[in-house]
Every structure is written in structure tokens, then in C-alpha cells.
Design a protein around this ligand. Structure first.
Ligand code: FEO
Length: 174
């Protein structure tokens, strides 16, 4: 079967499957941390993030299959499991999102260099998604920072009132 993506793109997308699954595992670990700390809304927030990252990984899997390439999922490093406080955990997730944004830009560069318009169109969705994810987690981080360690029940209340969402653009999520 003729493939719609070069081996270079397939390799880079396979790598991204690992990155998205790595983010998913990290968010499961953060969710478990909050659940252990008796903060169910923060736990739910990161549960949802974990599910979204898995869905992102699955989009890359689907693309590779549809493009006629071979799916080769790389090893995924163990996530960080222990956090000194809520700020450290949320900060780590913001670092992840900023890293993923750079990774997506890198994939766009590869697709552009090869004039692979199908891959570019596919990646547009991820570029938009990163805006929403970085903004939502930045917002959560500033709320957690403002509340401080003793004010985490306010963060729980805030998330409950907003249906579990942190950012403004989150409401427009598909
Ligand atoms: Fe798949 Fe949160 O980036």
C-alpha cells in the first residue's frame, strides 16, 4: 500500500504517541496524588486531563494507520509520583504542556519541510488544542498559587462551581 506519510513523519508521530501517553501517565499520577490528599475536584481535573492525553495519543495512532504507516509505540518513562505540595504538581503539568507545545511545533516543522499538507492539517487541531490546554492549566496554577496550601478547599470549590474547568476557553471545548 502506498503510504501518505514518509518514514520520517511516521517516526516522529510514533515518538509523539509516547509523549502523549507520558503526559497521560503523569496526569494519572497527579490525580492520584490529589485523591490521596482528599482533594477530589483536583483529582477529577487531572483524571480528565489524563483521558484527553490518551485521546491525543489515539489520534496519532489513527493517523499513522490511515496513512499506511506502522505504529511503533516507544517506551514511556515512569511519571513523577511524589509532590511536596499542590503547586509543585500543577506546575509540573504546565511544564508538560509547554513541552508538548514545542513538540507539536517540531512536528509541524517536519510536515512543512516535506510539504505534507495532510499531516499539516491534522496537526492544526493539536496547535489549537495546546492553546486551550496551556491556558487552562496556567489559570489553575495561578488559582492554586493564590489559594496557598491552606486554601486548597477554595480551589475545590472554584472547580465545583465551574463544572471542573479552570480556563475561560475550556467552556468552548468540543
Ligand atoms: Fe496532548 Fe496536553 O497535550
Amino acid at each position: 500500500m502506498k503510504t501518505l506519510a514518509s518514514q520520517k513523519i511516521v517516526d516522529a508521530f510514533n515518538q509523539q504517541i509516547g509523549n502523549e501517553l507520558g503526559a497521560s501517565h503523569q496526569y494519572v499520577a497527579i490525580s492520584a496524588h490529589f485523591a490521596t490528599e482528599g482533594l477530589p475536584e483536583l483529582a477529577k481535573f487531572f483524571d480528565r486531563q489524563a483521558a484527553e492525553e490518551r485521546m491525543h495519543a489515539m489520534k496519532f495512532v489513527r493517523f499513522i494507520v490511515d496513512a499506511g504507516g506502522g505504529v511503533r509505540i516507544p517506551a514511556v518513562a515512569a511519571p513523577k509520583a511524589v509532590f511536596a505540595n499542590a503547586e509543585e504538581a500543577v506546575s509540573l503539568s504546565l511544564d508538560w504542556e509547554q513541552t508538548v507545545t514545542e513538540q507539536i511545533y517540531g512536528l509541524v516543522d517536519v510536515a512543512r519541510a516535506e510539504k505534507n499538507y495532510i499531516a499539516q492539517r491534522f496537526l492544526d487541531w493539536f496547535v489549537n488544542e495546546q492553546l486551550e490546554e496551556v491556558s487552562s492549566i496556567s489559570q489553575l496554577l495561578s488559582i492554586v498559587q493564590r489559594a496557598g496550601d491552606k486554601g486548597l478547599l477554595f480551589v475545590e470549590d472554584y472547580l465545583t462551581r465551574r463544572g471542573g474547568q479552570a480556563g475561560e476557553s475550556a467552556a468552548a471545548e468540543a
